[in-house]
Ligand binder design. Structure first.
Ligand SMILES: [Zn+2]
Length: 104
């Protein structure tokens, strides 16, 4: 069905919660042009507070770009924003949304 192995890039190294298999996502081109072409599908522009992020997306708090992964993101995952060269750890906010916390 939909099982190609494409998890090499963008995010997600550590498996914090291993109980459930992660959802996988097929990323399409978003027209985001601030990173090299082959990485474009891993980012998209944020449309503002009304923009609902998917379970595979997290907002870069530095440059407000949405970082996307081919699989579901979970707290403890590490992601990299190529637009501002910052590394993050994924955390969950009190509201239950995924957030990116800057790593030092
Ligand atoms: Zn950024």
């Amino acid at each position: 069905m939909n099982g190609d192995a494409d998890s090499k890039l963008a995010g997600a190294a550590a498996d914090g919660e291993t109980s459930k298999p992660r959802q996988r996502f097929v990323l399409e081109e978003t027209g985001f042009d601030e990173v090299p072409e082959k990485y474009r599908k891993y980012y998209r522009k944020w449309k503002g507070p009304s923009d609902d992020l998917g379970p595979n997306e997290v907002l870069c708090p530095v440059c407000k770009v949405v970082i996307r992964s081919t699989r579901e993101l979970r707290p403890g995952d590490r992601v990299y924003c190529m637009a501002c060269f910052t590394r993050f750890t994924v955390t969950r906010s009190e509201l239950g949304a995924l957030e990116a916390t800057i790593e030092y």
